[in-house]
Write a protein that binds this ligand. Structure first.
Ligand code: SAH
Length: 398
């Protein structure tokens, strides 16, 4: 659908325009004059945002029922938010990725940082997955599909609408093909290797491109190394390490379909001979190996988010600490440990603290070689530092 220039007007309380004027893209519901007309604006509308005195601040998406009531789309109050506008933003995002990468395998749109709040698009060559995390984006899915056709012309599009953010916006879960067909796992390329994923299957996710640089970094330390990768999923870390001269690599995950994709990748890259897929509960396997006194030269622990909401912070932090303690126990002297967290509720200093405590618990010393985040196809909005959710710490242990 196309919004005409006659957009509803949403007025902020006195003084509440400052953050927006300084570049922050969000307006909280208590900052909006939530009168009857504002409450009656259909969720997902584009609105004209004005300060208490009526001075325009720009155009925003609006949902009167969510804590973040408005998300700025543009400070240009005269902009027309239609399918051409969406296509222009998408084209800009694709152009950046084409500059960053040789091959068409990357996150295309990373929400606010790409000027498209609530929208995530991942690309697997001529197949894309789309996640609409706001009512605004959900209502414009046809425009988004048209823009994708104009800019990327994918042969298949998967709607992967299964995020927790959707529930906050009152949207239903659905994962389905919106265009084309899929036959078997999707093939993708990363760091010069082939990988496989199944964005329609039981796991509901495709590929975690955010770890691309961190995989390349640890893999470069793997010459002759015995490597173990916990929470391996489709083998992103494990297989990259295997192709960079590791002596042996074990991928540990509790999901058989994930391990099958990892094994397929090991075969496709000619490293099946040194690769083992091990189905196990990660903490149990870590305990077992530690108690057996087994060690590895490179240990990778990149689990799912342990802190899914703020109330899980204490429990999740303990889990990161325990994970580091066990991983450190099985890291050989002089070996390397990469610990990661994708919980956006855990900030980098808090994660670093859990890792440091885990080392002490394991009675190990060492040094941090690198603290890193997600790759450049997951850019960060300058005013939303908290959207830098991924943390990876690489250490050498004594
Ligand atoms: N490291 C991966 C991403 C991890 S996704 C990468 O680089 O792509 C989380 C993975 O952890 C999933 O594959 C899931 O099956 C697995 N997982 C979650 N909890 C687990 C547990 N307790 N034991 C083993 N695997 C687990």
């Amino acid at each position: 659908m196309t919004d005409t220039v006659k957009l509803p007007t949403i007025r902020l309380h006195a003084g509440r325009q400052k953050r927006v004027q300084h570049g922050h893209p969000w307006i909280y519901s208590n900052e909006v004059q939530m009168d009857q007309p504002a409450k009656a604006v259909p969720p997902g509308s584009a609105v004209r945002l004005v300060d208490a005195g009526g001075t325009p601040l720009g155009i925003a998406t609006f949902n009167p029922h969510t804590l973040i009531a408005a998300r700025l789309l543009t400070p240009d109050a005269g902009a027309v938010i239609d399918s051409a506008w969406l296509a222009e933003r998408l084209a800009r995002a694709v152009k950046l990725r084409e500059r960053l990468f040789d091959r068409p395998f990357y996150r295309v749109v990373h929400a606010e940082a790409d000027g498209l709040p609530g929208l995530i698009v991942d690309r697997y060559g001529d197949v894309v997955t789309v996640q609409a995390n706001s009512v605004f984006m959900d209502r414009r899915i046809d425009d988004i599909l048209a823009a994708l056709d104009a800019v990327i012309a994918p042969r298949a599009v998967i709607l992967r609408n299964d995020s927790t953010q959707r529930a906050l916006e009152g949207l239903a879960e659905e994962t389905r093909l919106a265009k084309g067909e899929l036959d078997g796992p999707l093939r993708l390329e990363e760091n010069g290797n082939a990988f496989f994923c199944d964005p329609l299957g039981g796991q509901k996710t495709g590929w975690f491109y955010d770890q691309r640089d961190n995989r390349a970094y640890i893999a470069a330390l793997c010459q002759g190394a015995r490597v173990i990768d916990f929470f391996s999923y489709n083998g992103g870390f494990a297989v990259t390490c295997a192709t960079r001269g590791a002596a042996s690599v074990v991928a540990v995950d509790r999901s058989q379909p994930a391990l099958d994709n990892a094994t397929r990748a090991a075969e496709a890259n000619g490293v099946a001979g040194i690769f083992e897929a091990r189905r196990a509960e990660a903490f149990q396997e870590l305990e077992r190996l530690a108690n057996a006194g087994e060690t590895f030269d490179v240990v990778i622990v990149d689990p799912p988010a342990f802190v899914k909401s703020k109330k899980d912070l204490a429990v999740g932090c303990r889990a990161y600490r325990k994970m580091t303690r066990l991983a450190a126990r099985i890291t050989a002297p002089g070996g390397f440990l990469l610990a990661a967290s994708c919980s956006h509720n855990v900030d980098p200093p808090t994660f670093a603290e859990q890792v440091a405590r885990g080392l002490v618990d394991a009675k190990r010393t060492g040094r941090i070689l690198r603290s890193s985040g997600a790759g450049a196809d997951h850019p960060v909005h300058p005013h939303l530092p908290e959207s830098a959710y991924l943390k990876a710490i690489t250490l050498q242990l004594d």
